[in-house]
Design a protein around this ligand. Sequence first.
Ligand code: SAM
Length: 224
Amino acid sequence: MSRLYTESTHLDLRRPPDSSSAPPAGADAVDERLGSDVAFDGAYERRIRALSSQHWTPVAIAARAARLLTRAGATRILDVGSGAGKFCIVGARATGAAFVGVERRADLVAVARRAALEMGAARATFIHANVEALPFAGFDGFYLYNPFFEHISRHLPLVDRTLERSGRAHRRVVRSIEEKLGALPAPAVVVTYHGFGGQLPPDFSHVGDEPAGNDRLELWIKRP
Ligand SMILES: C[S@@+](CC[C@H](N)C(=O)[O-])C[C@H]1O[C@@H](n2cnc3c(N)ncnc32)[C@H](O)[C@@H]1O
């Protein structure tokens, strides 16, 4: 698969595309946060920070993924398993789209909401739910950073011990994502980082694949 997107990953998150994201105060502090992963993760408490390198999308990759989605036409983007909110917050600062994170761990939803407020990301909002119970209607973009891997990984440090550790649980949630994406009307856009453990439905075309961090960003589009 050729690399279709040649834009550099250089970030300028300091000028949000519309004023609704502009922080009411402390703009310099927000700019600083968005400048690097160390600075961004400094907004989190130590436990959340310690999970970052394994569980949260790096700032530059989040911005790139968000731009791939919006350039392909997505305007309302769901982060499937939003964790501490990093992808949604960076995406809201980097593009003009609306970002909604769905996360099953209530403590992470609270962390994400606090961070979005602190970083002036008004277009990043978060829902506390199991994604299996969330309808995909109304979203035209989806981001998945291998969100269900904790069910089956043997080596990944776990966020906590609340998720069922079994192949059965993993297969069930992956299948629910495949079914929801398959049922979506076109147009719809998906970006994955480290995949999601399943297959995109056949009506999605694989149109982009590029190196990112220690894996790849892949882009699929369902066209009308
Ligand atoms: C690898 S982290 C990615 C976090 C975020 N998307 C990011 O890139 O920074 C995956 C997240 O998915 C969440 N998750 C796993 N299964 C879920 C489910 N069934 N419904 C909602 N969230 C889920 C986990 O709790 C975890 O926070």
